[in-house]
Design a protein around this ligand. Structure first.
Ligand code: ACO
Length: 375
């Protein structure tokens, strides 16, 4: 039995697993490629930010136009893929469906096993452009509605809302949704990005790595929390009930979804931006109570537990006010985060060494085999 020196870092807390130049967290400041998230949210678009994440610099006008045109060429799903997707059950969690859909999409990708830079770039475009289409396709199939074909000259945010609702979205709605996509695009070595890097480190293909990212994001301790936040607010029901509900939940040692973070101890900067978006969106909707309740829960959690909201807390009421179904909140996260995963996969390929940590043994020792008849 081998015992290693030093403590086991449960959950790899504080472990530096690799070098990375994609996004950084310093105290409460999140930057993509050196630009703060506040700067990008105020001035950039999702597509421009994707260029930044993939190329380590902002694009020139013609480079952004080319990226938009590339996405436009790839945004629609091929008829064979649509036929295959129509066979999948839709009475499942949308993240489970999306995981299978992306894996299925890989079967039709002529570049699937080509690891050249050119092929990886083509796959990056395809996966990023089609993720929103896949999620909208799921929603329409589940509702028994006809699919809505995306428009090649529109942004990913515009197309998602258009395909989801079957009508052209307002400019304001597109702007809010585009900013949400931008805010969720990358976040250093989070659970799903790390999982894509682990898969990529065996030199497996991009689709396999993205499927692992979707699997990791699905969990309620990661991206799945945004859906649970809205369920929590609904379970609480009204402002008057927050305090009593929290008494019980904390006494039962329940995790309150949308609070806490492994890295941020002084607040998640994305939550601050989303808080004002939530105020604006819910006040413009017929259900302003969700923002009000969120702020009370936020205050109580800070006072009682010293825990601050993370990205999933206020995004929940933003999406709800936009009329997006609750169980589509986490798939929306994937629509954005696929672009960050791709940046991580490409960075991993560019300086690869396979991830292979060790485990501290805490199992039985010195066992001797006994034949099955004698057990
Ligand atoms: N509600 C209640 N208590 C909490 C919460 C919470 N949301 N978060 C942490 N705590 C408590 C834990 O119970 C633990 O208390 P203890 O020491 O008395 O046992 C202590 O704070 C430390 O918590 P850990 O779970 O060990 O913290 P960790 O760094 O491992 O986990 C995580 C971070 C997963 C985000 C955690 O705070 C959590 O589960 N939050 C709720 C789920 C959530 O919102 N996830 C989304 C995160 S953002 C993202 O991934 C996109």
């Amino acid at each position: 039995m081998q015992v290693y020196e030093g403590a086991v870092d449960r959950g790899l807390e504080g472990v530096i697993a690799c070098t990375t130049g994609i996004s950084s967290i310093v105290d409460a400041t999140l930057s993509y490629r050196g630009y703060t998230i506040e700067d990008l949210a105020a001035n950039s678009s999702f597509e421009e930010t994707v260029f930044l994440l993939w190329n380590n610099r902002l694009p020139k006008k013609e480079e952004l136009a080319k990226l938009n045109a590339d996405f436009g060429r790839e945004v629609a799903l091929e008829p064979d893929l649509i036929s295959a997707l129509k066979v999948l059950p839709t009475d499942v969690h949308p993240m489970a469906w999306l995981r299978t859909a992306v894996s299925t999409m890989g079967l039709w990708d002529a570049d699937a096993n080509d690891m050249s830079d050119e092929a990886n770039h083509r796959k990056a475009i395809r996966l990023s452009a089609k993720m929103a289409t896949l999620v909208a396709t799921f929603c329409r199939l589940r509702a028994g509605k006809d699919l809505v074909a995306p428009k090649a000259d529109k942004s990913i945010a515009w197309n998602f809302l258009y395909m989801l609702n079957g009508s052209e979205p307002s400019t304001d709605m597109v702007k809010v949704f585009d900013t949400c996509l931008l805010l969720h695009a990358d976040h250093e070595l989070n659970c799903s990005a790390f999982s894509t890097r682990v898969v990529a480190s065996s030199l497996s293909d991009m689709h396999s790595a993205i499927v692992s990212g979707i699997g990791a994001l699905k969990g309620p301790l990661h991206g799945g929390a945004n859906e649970q936040v809205m369920r929590t607010l609904k379970e609480i029901g009204s402002e008057d009930n927050i305090s009593a509900w929290l008494d019980t939940a904390l006494a039962e040692k329940r995790k309150i979804m949308g609070f806490g973070h492994r890295v941020y101890k002084n607040g998640d900067p994305r939550a601050k931006i989303l808080r004002s978006m939530s105020k604006e969106m819910t006040e413009a909707s017929s259900e302003p109570q969700w923002f009000k309740m969120s702020t009370i829960l936020d205050k109580e959690m800070e006072e009682r537990k010293g825990l601050l909201p993370n990205v999933d807390f206020y995004s929940a009421s933003v999406y709800y006010a936009m009329g997006i179904p609750l169980d589509i909140f986490t798939p929306i996260f994937a629509v954005s985060r696929v672009t960050g995963w791709i940046a991580h996969i490409l960075e991993q390929y560019s300086k690869n060494r396979i991830y292979r940590p060790r485990g501290q043994w805490d199992g039985k020792v010195n066992q001797t085999y006994t034949p099955i008849e004698s057990r």
